[in-house]
Design a protein around this ligand. Structure first.
Ligand code: BES
Ligand code: MN
Ligand code: MN
Length: 461
């Protein structure tokens, strides 16, 4: 009955729901770039308007030290449960721009092999405007069809892609306002459009920047080359030494606190479908690679990693300039698993990296933002409600999975607000998040909107 009402409302509003999302995607809300400050505020204003139109009360733009949080709520009965929806309206920078087939902030809908019904190509379509906006539309449906079964609070932030520096302090100052029973987030992926899944964990993050200095100035590489340390050569060697021949990380103490899974848990995890051939084809690689003794899903789900995100130094312009550079730099991130701590791992890395530097260079290591790993219980009421909701709309029980990505604020929701999060994502890993040609399936968008009200229903009973 309710499902029918939801379907009918959705069907007669599909085009508007899509166009409203396209409008949001036209605003380049890149949190990492200061020149987009006005776009950030414009996006926050637009979301505020949409929440009001959908029927939320007390909708406000909450200022923080950084970009604002959009808040709104609908309290139908204080004795009923409260779902707190989290999402982010900021997006990653779009560059390299020349690798986009269409401009990143001019959304277009195109069919792909994975998305025969069409996908919306735009920065932020999947991560996270498209997934966040499903919640606004699901709320509208519940309001307009009189089927909202419990209370709801929205908290949509603008700094997730830069590590949520202001949201942590903001939730601590607003504990009373944010009181609720569960955090609901759509900012992760399912396995495939015919294989629904729900993440039961996220990895943490420790992000470092290193600077290696050799001679006090760039030198003629013929006059000095061979007699003076080249910081780029040395940095490459130092980075290469951080993995051994089995792709284990060599930083002393790195694995000390890693929670090992039991054989049963690993066997359970191995049930999640994974098609290696599709995986390789999507990425155009001949072979996967990772830590010895683990499957691809384990390598991203339950094992920590160390990766270079960027490396530079010396001459990188047109043609050839013969130079022995004075400095070399790299940005190195480590993804963490339970029970590693971002601060402890950062400290171990700094100590190790300084210790392996030869005397011929100086090394400076600084830590950027980080975040703690999380696991959510798969037997909780919230997880079961999410599972039932997906089972109903996909016709299949979703598989519990562990995600390799990070949403640093989720650990703080637990620590500061005492609430677990349900990672109710509807995107696909192949949707090119953070890459050129990011897209989000139109099927996924509507499926999310249709499934979310069922979560409320099953969470409330
Ligand atoms: N939505 C992603 C995280 C994600 C993507 C989780 C896909 C699971 C599947 C989020 O916006 C993100 O990109 N997080 C960053 C962390 C942040 C500190 C920049 C990440 O994981 O790199
Ligand atoms: Mn995201
Ligand atoms: Mn992201």
């Amino acid at each position: 009955m309710e499902r029918q009402q939801i379907q009918t409302y959705l069907n007669s509003n599909k085009e508007r729901f899509l166009n409203e999302l396209l409008d949001l995607l036209r605003i380049p809300s890149i949190s990492a770039r200061a020149e987009h400050k006005s776009d950030m505020n414009k996006t926050a204003d637009a979301i505020k308007q949409r929440l009001i139109e959908a029927g939320a009360d007390k909708v406000e733009i909450c200022q923080t030290k950084g970009y604002p949080v959009v808040y709104g709520e609908k309290i139908i009965d204080p004795s009923k449960p409260t779902v707190v929806v989290y999402g982010h309206y900021d997006v990653q920078p779009a560059d390299p721009l020349d690798l986009w087939d269409s401009p990143p902030f001019e959304p277009v809908i195109k069919k792909t092999e994975v998305h025969p019904e069409g996908a919306i190509f735009a920065r932020g379509s999947c991560d996270d405007k498209g997934q966040m906006y499903m919640h606004v539309k699901a709320f509208e449906i519940m309001m307009k069809t009189n089927t909202l079964p419990c209370n709801v609070k929205f908290m949509i932030e603008g700094e997730e892609e830069v590590g949520s520096p202001s949201l942590g302090p903001w939730i601590i100052e607003n504990k009373e306002k944010l009181k609720g029973d569960i955090i609901l987030i759509s900012d992760t992926s399912i396995i495939a459009n015919d294989i629904p899944s729900i993440d039961s964990g996220l990895r943490g993050l420790a992000y470092m920047e290193v600077e290696v200095t050799g001679p006090n100035r760039d030198l003629h590489s013929g006059v000095y080359g061979g007699a003076v340390a080249n910081p780029v050569n040395i940095l490459c060697k130092m980075i290469a030494s951080c993995h051994d021949e089995n792709n284990h990380i060599t930083v002393p103490g790195f694995y000390d606190k890693v929670q090992e899974l039991s054989a049963e848990e690993r066997a359970e995890m191995a049930k999640a479908p994974f098609n290696l051939e599709d995986y390789k084809k999507d990425l155009d690689i001949n072979e996967e690679r990772g830590e010895k003794g683990y499957s691809s899903n384990e390598r991203t789900g339950i094992r920590p990693t160390l990766d270079v995100n960027g490396i530079w130094g010396g001459y990188t312009g047109e043609g050839a300039k013969t130079v022995l550079p004075s400095k070399a730099f790299a940005k190195i991130s480590m993804r963490l698993v339970p029970n590693q701590s971002s601060k402890e791992i950062s400290d171990l890395f700094i100590k190790h990296f300084e210790s392996i530097a030869p005397k011929s260079v100086k090394v400076k290591v600084t830590a950027h933002h980080g975040g703690e790993p999380v696991v959510v219980p798969i037997t909780s009421k919230g997880f079961l409600a999410a599972s039932k909701a997906m089972e109903e709309t996909y016709g299949k029980k979703p598989v519990p999975t562990r995600s390799g990505g990070s949403i640093p604020i989720v650990a703080l929701f637990k620590k500061e607000l005492g609430m677990d999060s349900i990672l109710f994502g509807f995107g696909l890993d192949s949707d090119a998040l953070h890459s050129p040609n990011e897209h989000y399936g139109v099927f996924n968008y509507y499926k999310g909107i249709e499934t979310i009200p069922l979560f409320y229903k099953y969470f409330t009973v």
